[in-house]
Design a protein around this ligand. Structure first.
Ligand SMILES: Cc1ncc(COP(=O)(O)O)c(C=O)c1O
Length: 290
């Protein structure tokens, strides 16, 4: 695989530099503060936690809490994994050498690099710089071929912050559905939309051949838990992904799973704090830019 230049850059500077303007996650929560948000059940689980292996698909209460984020998703369709690991698992479970793949670009490297390293033909769906970095769905449709196996999208998009209108997003889903193409939707920045009304439905709510990726790293400011998840309604694919995880981490870190559970249950408090900070920072930026 190609070296992951961004991660190498962070490895060099992230922990020795005073001001970071390149981070993509909300400021990490203090563990003590997060634990202060725990309900009695989660608090008791935390106090009594035993540090053995955990369940390979994820803690049942965590999977239940994750499923509740979506319309029409059953906990059985949720597989927990570190977000970066989840991309590796999904790509290896879906793709073979020679497959044709279309991916939003520029973007988080693993979204296209893993497919490339597997020998897939990867084409890039690029936004229009002259048009506010808008992603044009007609351009995506123009990239599809009769043998396209997978479309990979990331909205809200890292690095442009762009998203699609709900109507355009549905066009992407319909384009995939009409052609029987799998859709991998990286939704790591979901819930951080400045206008909650512009929030897109999750791909897994709209399409049975969609795989949704989300996790605690960005919107929840809990990247250090390394908890993320995949949602897939296709049973055969789900089983392939779960089997692949036996060769990556087998199961999640038990303390992290409980911290993620607490974070999800305290979603409103956590997001309210992050949104008010984001708005304050945007106002400061506006002031600075005059
Ligand atoms: C779009 C996108 N997907 C996935 C990830 C991976 O998340 P994590 O670093 O928590 O594994 C990132 C991290 O920056 C990202 O920006």
């Amino acid at each position: 695989m190609e070296p992951f230049a961004l991660e190498r850059y962070f490895a060099k500077h992230e922990f020795s530099t005073e001001y970071l303007l390149s981070s993509s996650d909300c400021d990490g929560w203090a563990q003590s503060e997060l634990l202060g948000l725990a309900d009695p059940e989660a608090r008791a689980l935390w106090e009594d936690l035993r540090l053995g292996y955990s369940e390979s698909l994820g803690h049942p209460l965590l999977r239940r809490e994750i499923a509740a984020l979506y319309k029409g998703v059953d906990p059985a369709q949720v597989l927990t994994a570190v977000p970066e690991e989840a991309i590796l698992i999904a790509m290896n479970s879906l793709l073979e050498r020679g497959d044709h793949v279309v991916c939003t670009f520029p973007g988080y490297r693993s979204l296209y690099s893993i497919a490339e390293s597997l020998g897939c033909r990867v084409e890039k769906w690029r936004p229009e710089p002259e048009d506010g970095w808008r992603f044009d769905v007609d351009a995506l449709i123009g990239l599809l071929r009769p043998d396209t196996k997978l479309i990979i999208v990331n909205f809200p998009h890292n690095p442009t912050g762009q998203t699609l209108s709900p109507a355009d997003y549905r066009r992407v889903v319909e384009a995939a559905r009409e052609r029987g193409i799998w859709l991998f939707s990286d939704e790591m920045y979901r819930l951080l939309e400045l206008d909650a009304g512009a929030r897109l439905p999750s791909a897994c709510e709209l399409y049975d051949k969609a795989i949704t990726l989300f996790g605690m790293s960005k919107s929840f400011g809990l990247a250090g838990t390394r908890v993320g998840w995949l949602v897939a309604k296709d049973k055969a694919l789900f089983e392939r992904m779960a089997a692949y995880k036996d060769y990556t981490t087998i199961c999640g870190a038990a303390p992290s799973e409980l911290l993620a559970l607490i974070g999800l249950r305290a979603k409103e408090t956590i997001l309210a704090r992050h949104m008010s900070r984001i708005r304050r920072n945007l106002a400061l930026l506006d002031e600075f830019l005059g």
